[in-house]
Design a protein around this ligand. Sequence first.
Ligand code: IVH
Length: 817
Amino acid sequence: MTHEEAAKRIAHLTQEINHHNHLYYQESRTEISDFEFDKLLEELIRLENQFPDLLFADSPSQRVGGAITKEFQTVAHEYRMLSLGNTYTLEELQAFDERVIKGLGHTDFEYFCEMKFDGVAISLVYEKGNLVRAVTRGDGTKGDDVTANVKTIRNIPLTVKGENIPDKFEVRGEIFLPRREFEKINTEREKNGEALLANPRNAASGTIKMQDSGVVAKRRLNCYFYQLLGENIGISKHDEAIHLIEKWGFNVSPTYRKVSKLEEVLDYIESWREKRFTLPLDTDGVVLKINDYDQREELGFTAKIPRWAIAYKYQAESAETELLSITYQVGRTGAITPVANLSPVHLAGTTVKRASLHNANEIERLDIHEGDFVFVEKGGEIIPKITAVNPEKRKPLAQPISYIQTCPECGTTLIRKEGEAKHYCPNAASCPPQVLGRIEHFVSKRAMDIDSLGTERIRALIDQGFIRNYADIYDLEEKQSDLLGLEMSQDQYEKESGGLLYITVQKALFALTESISSKQIQDFLDEKAELPLLETLKAFQEQIRIWKKKVPANVGMVDRLIHQLKDHPELPKMEDFVPVALVLDLFLGRKVEWSQLLESSQKHGTVHRILLDLNLELSPELTERIKKLKANTFQEGVISNMMEGIKASKAQPFEKVLFALGIRNIGENTAQLLARHFGSLEKLREASSEQLLEINGVGETLVHSLQEFFLQPENLEIIQRLKDQGLKFEIEQREDAVLGSALAGKRILASGKLKNFKRDEIVDFVQAHGGQYLSSVSKNLDFIIEGEDMGPSKKEKAQKLGVPLISEEEFLRMVNS
Ligand code: IVH
């Protein structure tokens, strides 16, 4: 490539990359994948290396990081970084406004309103148009020099071009991790079993102080700027400054507004109170600044804060509402979580109907009684919490909440371990949600890979008694005919703490009326989300009239439902749900005793099962009406699909089966290791603790888990059944997989990019030559194959632990010799 061609290509690549950065940061969208983006960047870096005179200070290649900072230099701020006074009420804001008027002696001034961004304050110094320093706030007078890290933030200008750029200036703003990125990182961390980051603010401040700027570059930090400082910039107002830095290419949040009186400030505050949750970052209030610089000077400062600016903080909103009932959820591990069902109330932009109560201690701490009025608050969390009860509104004779003694799912007596807050259901073997967790693991992609058995279907099969453990899955084939017509989804049901079955109001209204679609009903209910149940039902009758769906039965049926609810005040209330017994009574009242309906709906989990239990002769018309209460049912297509998936799973290799068994502490890698080492389940079972512990990667905990698993007769019985069904409990010898033993007994890791292997190829290659591939740097390694661009922190760790690094060529020589 000639110099001229290179210059052209570099210009093109620079433009392309800048374009994609702009899309990403300014428009929150992408046109190319991360991989394609990296390819462009790699090409640019290659060309710049080849033609160093074509490397410009503002090249996007300058943002990939790589520099390591051992200790951040402390740097003094030229202008102090001040904090702001806080206000929480409109009265306090009024008082501020009055102080300003008094200070200036007139009302001829403007306010500039901005959001208060919740991130990390940063100050950037530019000289001759180039970014020379980025410093954190520190104690306000001096902070840490984090320039290398800040340069990796792709939309921070490295150089500022244009006319009349001051020789030296400073811009300040707030670095933040967009909520979307924060969630992405945490999802990834959760998958890898790493500790989660607490919130985007901490994540941003942790990131900006990282030593390896290469890692910083990978976290997509962003920054909003809100201040310009310097001598002779030629502006006299804050709005001019904001427009100027926008023009220079600094990222300014478009949320600002210039106003001329306090009322408009209050408008601004109100307009963002709820809308702020749609912004890409967390905000905790509004900053209000006097626009004119001379007026700012006139007002001056107190010791630490300006008299010309103030923050208004939105308070966590609180609302009062009635506690209707408490339901208890059983988690995968058997842990019980009480949930409060509330009369719907409006709170910070949403309607709240439920709040978590965490555990029995929390209920005791709040001293909640039945039917209490409670205060709910929404902090940073999505799920609101109950902060207190209103004792003045307590009903006479109201009883304190008595915590359940038995599991709402399986009836087993709950236990509470010493020192633990939560109650547990000890019935791991057959409590439905616990069984569900194990079966979901068994069928998951990386285990038996039966994707036709999704959560919904498994749950339906468990709840209706078809499967109790994973071996039962293989008996389903014989039961195909019973599956037909079974209800698939349980979403429309809820069990109240006494075990009584409830159904969504939506299903109830759908079944009770004619010629109104399910969607119409849902839209109506969404719109009325804030009304309590009885009022919703009355509004629905009105709506039937408006829709002109006045089939005589429609309004009448809803009327009967309203009466039913009023006639049975003894039944606990749950917003959005009504007792199934009440609805069925409307259809079957003449045929079945109320007590029988109650009993049956306490015993069973679906309308389908209740009807089977009652064993009634129903007219086709009535059958059709009641069918509208049910969820989708298993049909032939679904059933044959499931059967195929189940059959195909029998071919999964032993290591997958071993992983699928869900033995505690046996992850995918351990299962593979054990399967290859022992070759069969029989041998694994017979292995002594000593034999197990000899294997690298097996520790006491794992040995204990294995012993515990094999000690349970139920487990052995299940394994026998799986064997009888033809599942693989032995490894299949594949001769082609063994290429040699040059690496026998060696524990190896590769790091960085290899020339001859892709990531999983090197793993297979090592194993095929008798070696063991480990996944992280540790002293157990015999050596590390050092690829191109091996991470510096890994390298450092390897050196510290004394693990030798060898080149890829050396490695290949070792194998081939
Ligand atoms: S102006 C003297 N504007 O809040 C005024 N600060 O409590 C200097 N902050 O350290 C700050 N959003 O980290 C200003 N729109 C905004 C802001 C903002 C967030 C932070 C900033 C500052 C702290 C002061």
